[in-house]
Write a protein that binds this ligand. Sequence first.
Ligand SMILES: [Cu+2]
Length: 421
Amino acid sequence: MLDRKKGAPANPERRSLMKGAAQAATGAALASATAATGLVVGASATTTAKAAENPPAKGSMMFMRGHNMIGARTESPGAPADHEVPYREFDLSFDLTEHTLLPGVTFPVFAFNNRVPGPVFRVQENDWIKVNVTNNTEEMHTVHWHGLDVIYTMDGVPMVTQDPIHPAETFVYRFQARPAGTRFYHCHWSTPLHMMSALHGAFIIDSVDDPVRRRFPYERDYVLMLEAFDVNWTRKHINEVLGGMKRVNKLMAMGRLDPITHGFFKDWDEMEAAIADGWVPPWTRGAAEGSMPEPQFFAINGRSYPATEKISIRSGEYIRIRLINGGFLSHHMHLHGHNFWLVAEDGNPLAEPIRLNTVSLFPGKTADIVVYGDNPGFWTFHDHDVRRVMNNGIYPGGMLTLLAYEDMGDVPYVPSIAINE
Ligand SMILES: [Cu+2]
């Protein structure tokens, strides 16, 4: 994307970024993109007086320059301006809320728009998307658009493509929705805690000419976000983080935050120099609070069985189910009574669908399956790693739901609920 040969007099990097954006825009001219957006890295973040006194250099760690970002609206360069493309605009927020997986299992989570999982985006391929992301918590966050081919300034990786979004700051993500398929978004700051806590949601990009729909004419389409929660670890760490952030936010507002103490370095050399100087990296400290989450609860769309929502189907109907693994475990979803078609992986349609009854999803993976309603009944659909079909070690529970026919008439057996076998 960085085309240095063509160059630009003032700012080659900015210019080539703009070029990438303009190529992506259907019909947006390079010249107007450059002129109209006209951003310098960090310029739009300088809404506070203190920031203006310390104009940020290009690159990361602007947030360490002794200013807070309260009320700031941050635009990053690289994407077309409002008048250049017809944006579809969305608002998203980071919130601290309490979530109930099951009766009696409520725990604090960071969540998008106070929901678990976050809202489902449903857009058309090549739509221009603008998401105003506001941080309503005292902790930092970012949003990564997983599987979308966005401009790099919109990729949401802290310290790699942007500074983290601060308390009370709004960061504006702008990108074109492509390629079509089942994709998702999640927080990329302190990912094991934030993404796993509940900062994840589906991003579905429809296409006018979808090969899956052509071959399997379906009407109904379900999104199943597969989740794993260590509720104790999450509760403990959110409390610790929020305690620590109170101190950090105060120091930052006073311009007294020492980046090195907090483990932020401009580059590798600065980190090596600090270590040579006696700074002790956290992973070598005997007293480090490092610990691994070990989920006891597993869920589909924020609910553990028997609280999971059923999937409805009728005889003679095709349904599409979009599975998204938003956690760090692998899940192996098995459907009873049917062999389905695996039609897409990582959002991308397979050239030839594969007939399966169990589909594996590594961390970060999505899989789309199509089920044909040809075997009326009530059928379980669950992770075949049965340790994940448990609630805090008690079977059955967790990552299990039912495929339920709606046109069964007088059923010979009505499903009931067992919660401790
Ligand atoms: Cu976060």
